[in-house]
Design a protein around this ligand. Structure first.
Ligand code: NAD
Ligand code: MG
Length: 360
């Protein structure tokens, strides 16, 4: 097991990464205010992992309530949030009850927001079971739900007591979900960590094969990068925006195709290649660097051809993005591999060219 800390002063918390962590109640026990937890999970993850987590806790004398939600991004909404509140109230859970999120980013975001708001805040623990949630959504304290008018529009910054990333859970993850998580892993190398990108180029096949040592290192290094960015800029007034590399383009793809057709990480990979294309047109990235990016995403089995929606439709979709400032679309672009910048200092004609025919 490896451990790193997210340095947020008195809200500092550890992330443990390793095998067999679900069953190690001893990692959770010191963080409980009282021996009662509510495990929030979903109908897919519950049959796989709920008892692996719950039984050792019960054996240690902890009262365990389980709350099993329907599975899917479509359920990341206020109605599902209410199911969590209902169960907590019916079981008379108090401020000293700890919520445990067991699942991917959807369960983590919902549970975190429930924890931030139930009785004005109860402690929570993240047990992420997708690669994306282990390297991204469980780190950094963004919690929330979707609104019919926009994704992630209702939420709170709220930090967990602890994150347990159990690599063993990745073995049941569908291949597309694994690849989508790798897109976010690769992103950290691209935005701020050239040596990690080079390590990924050499080990990407081990990662797609779920090699334990390679996976533990990739998760550790990803969390380390995200934790550093978050510690420097918890509320996204500066550097944290770099984590959105590929996301403005990616959201346009997700939205334009209808949510759910492309997985988020798939859209981020294709969106990152669009950002690379624009960066290349601006002379900020070489053809060779674009080729390296293309090669690593392909090796991770990610789709890279963005749908041809036309520049006007893309601009429309991007204008709806929450990262728009003062009417200008600020984009995360590449100035070489390992160095991203947030910029509105690009040529609009080049942006239109990228949107019209990326990768040409
Ligand atoms: P997800 O939570 O929908 O999980 C993907 C699928 O895998 C689901 O069907 C899930 O039930 C299933 N699953 C989970 N673990 C499994 C396992 N071990 N074996 C088999 N199946 C498993 O998706 P995700 O990619 O984990 O997270 C996406 C969500 O995270 C989005 O809602 C996004 O907005 C959010 N997110 C939040 C942040 C943040 O900072 N809070 C960052 C990135 C993404
Ligand atoms: Mg993302």
């Amino acid at each position: 097991m490896q451990t790193l800390n997210v340095e947020l002063g008195d809200r500092r918390y550890p992330i443990h990464i390793g095998r067999g962590l679900l069953a190690q109640a001893a990692l959770i026990l010191p963080h409980l205010k009282r021996k009662q937890v509510a495990i929030v999970t979903n109908t897919t993850v519950a049959p796989l992992y709920l008892e692996k987590l719950a039984q050792p806790l019960r054996d240690a004398g902890v009262a365990v309530i389980s709350i099993v939600l329907p599975d899917g991004e479509a359920y990341k909404n206020s109605a599902t949030l209410n199911l969590i509140y209902d169960a907590l109230l019916e079981n008379r859970c108090e401020r000293s009850t700890t919520l445990i999120a067991l699942g991917g980013g959807v369960v983590g975001d919902l549970t975190g927001y429930a924890a931030a708001t139930y009785l004005r805040g109860v402690p929570f623990v993240q047990v992420p079971t997708t690669l994306l949630s282990q390297v991204d959504s469980s780190v950094g304290g963004k919690t929330g739900i979707n609104h019919p008018l926009g994704k992630n529009m209702i939420g709170a910054f709220y930090q967990p007591q602890l994150v347990l990333a159990d690599i063993d859970t990745l073995h049941t993850l569908p291949e597309r979900e694994l690849a989508a998580g790798l897109a976010e892993v690769i992103k950290y190398g691209l935005i701020r960590d050239l040596p990690f990108f080079e390590w990924l180029e050499a080990h990407i096949d081990k990662l797609t094969a779920l090699d334990t040592d390679a996976m533990r290192y990739a998760i550790y290094r990803s969390c380390e990068n995200k934790a550093e960015v978050v510690a420097a800029d918890e509320r996204e007034s500066g550097e944290r925006a770099l984590l959105n590399l590929g996301h403005t383009f990616g959201h346009a793809i997700e939205n334009g195709m209808g949510y759910g057709v492309w997985l988020h990480g798939e859209a981020v990979a294709a969106g990152t290649m669009m950002a690379a294309d624009l960066s290349r047109r601006m002379g900020w990235l070489s053809d060779a660097e674009v080729a390296r990016m293309d090669a690593i995403f392909r090796a991770a089995r990610l789709p890279l051809e963005p749908p041809g929606l036309g520049a006007d439709r893309y601009l429309d979709l991007m204008g709806l993005d929450k990262k728009v400032l003062d009417g200008k679309i600020r984009l995360v672009l590449q100035q070489g591999i390992g160095r991203s910048v947030v910029s509105s200092d690009y040529d609009v004609a080049a942006l239109r060219a990228t949107l019209e025919s990326p990768l040409h």
